[in-house]
Structures are given as structure tokens and as C-alpha cells.
Ligand binder design. Structure first.
Ligand SMILES: C[S@@+](CC[C@H](N)C(=O)[O-])C[C@H]1O[C@@H](n2cnc3c(N)ncnc32)[C@H](O)[C@@H]1O
Length: 183
């Protein structure tokens, strides 16, 4: 009993450290609002021969629901969940293991500011990046992606991408969703 309680305390302690320190997660974990998920999935505009990348996928609330929708619509859409927080990576792997569309879902443990997007998305047509990240990090990551994958499309929840304002389409639920088509 004491061993079990100690184990729980150690796990909780590690979780608090990982969720509190910016080195582990410079962008805090806030899941997209559950009421907005249908609006977000519609904004992703799922099609065949397309890949959706969730940048900082959290517990997978968006990308795993989108993968269910793709399966129901018999689409071959691919999904990549990129996440830095090791606890959330573990949760993503567990949820993927139980997911009906797991063959089309990849979990990638990596840093969105350092990852090589050309390599991550090699030979993948029609790329859409889903972002729900703090406004002071959006431009940095969008500029990096646009340099490495110029044709990428972006869908941003809550925060607009100011540098793409001229290509913006906005819809609003509990919060707003901004879509940007680059061609
Ligand atoms: C606001 S949450 C969004 C979660 C999810 N996309 C959603 O919509 O529910 C931001 C996520 O980004 C992750 N994150 C923070 N910094 C990151 C980085 N440098 N690389 C990858 N993921 C990161 C956090 O751990 C967190 O899960």
C-alpha cells in the first residue's frame, strides 16, 4: 500500500514538473473547446490524399476525432500528431492503440520549432497544419513551415495568423477558427 501511494506521488510529481516547466512545454496545454470540434473538423476540410498535422496535439482531442470522421467517410486522409510533452505522447499512443483508424495516424514526439518539416511530410500531398498555440509563437512556427513546405495550408484555432491576414477565412463558434489556403 505504501509502495503504491509512493509511486502515485512520484508520478504526480513528475507530471507537475513536466506540465510546469517551459523547457518541457513552452506553449501550455489547453485542449480545443469540445463544443467547437465539429466546426474545427469542418474547417480542416478532410479529403482523400491529404495529411493533417496537429502541431502540439495535446491529448489528441482534435486529430483523433478527425480521424474517426475520415474513417466514417471512407477517406484515406493521413494524420500526424506532433507533441513535445512526454506524458501527452504516452496518452496519444494509448489512444491511438485503441483507435479504429490507427493505421492512418502517426504520433511524433518532437519540437515544432526544431523539426524538419520537409522530412516529416516527405512525399505527402495536400498538407494542412492545425494550430492552437500561443500568439507569440504562431508567426515563428508558420514562417518556418512556409519556408520548408511552401504549399502548406493552415487552420488556426483561437488566434489568427497575422502575416496571412489577406488569405483569411474566419468562422466563429465558442471561439474563432481561421483558415488560410496557400496556393
Ligand atoms: C494549446 S495546446 C493545443 C492542444 C491540441 N492541439 C488541441 O487543440 O486540443 C498546445 C499543445 O502544444 C504542445 N507543445 C508546446 N510546445 C511544443 C513544441 N515546442 N513542440 C510540440 N508541441 C508543443 C503542448 O504540450 C500542448 O499540448
Amino acid at each position: 500500500m505504501i509502495i503504491f501511494a509512493s509511486l502515485i506521488i512520484v508520478i504526480l510529481f513528475i507530471a507537475i514538473i513536466i506540465f510546469s516547466f517551459p523547457q518541457f512545454s513552452p506553449i501550455p496545454y489547453f485542449p480545443s473547446n469540445g463544443k467547437d470540434i465539429p466546426m474545427i473538423i469542418e474547417g480542416l476540410n478532410l479529403t482523400n490524399n491529404q495529411t493533417i498535422v496537429d502541431l502540439g496535439a495535446g491529448d489528441g482531442v482534435v486529430i483523433l476525432k478527425a480521424a474517426i470522421e475520415a474513417k466514417e467517410k471512407k477517406l484515406n486522409t493521413q494524420f500526424i500528431a506532433l507533441e513535445l510533452n512526454p506524458i501527452l505522447i504516452l496518452i496519444l499512443h494509448l489512444r491511438r492503440f485503441l483507435h479504429p483508424n490507427r493505421k492512418n495516424i502517426k504520433i511524433n514526439w518532437g519540437d515544432m520549432f526544431k523539426i524538419d518539416y520537409q522530412r516529416l511530410t516527405f512525399d505527402v500531398p495536400r498538407l494542412t497544419f492545425y494550430l492552437y498555440i500561443s500568439p507569440w509563437f504562431i508567426e515563428k512556427v508558420v514562417q518556418k513551415i512556409r519556408k520548408e513546405v511552401p504549399s502548406a495550408r493552415f487552420v488556426s484555432y483561437y488566434y489568427p495568423i497575422k502575416s496571412l491576414k489577406h488569405k483569411e477565412k474566419k468562422v466563429t463558434g465558442v471561439h474563432s477558427l481561421y483558415s488560410y489556403k496557400i496556393s
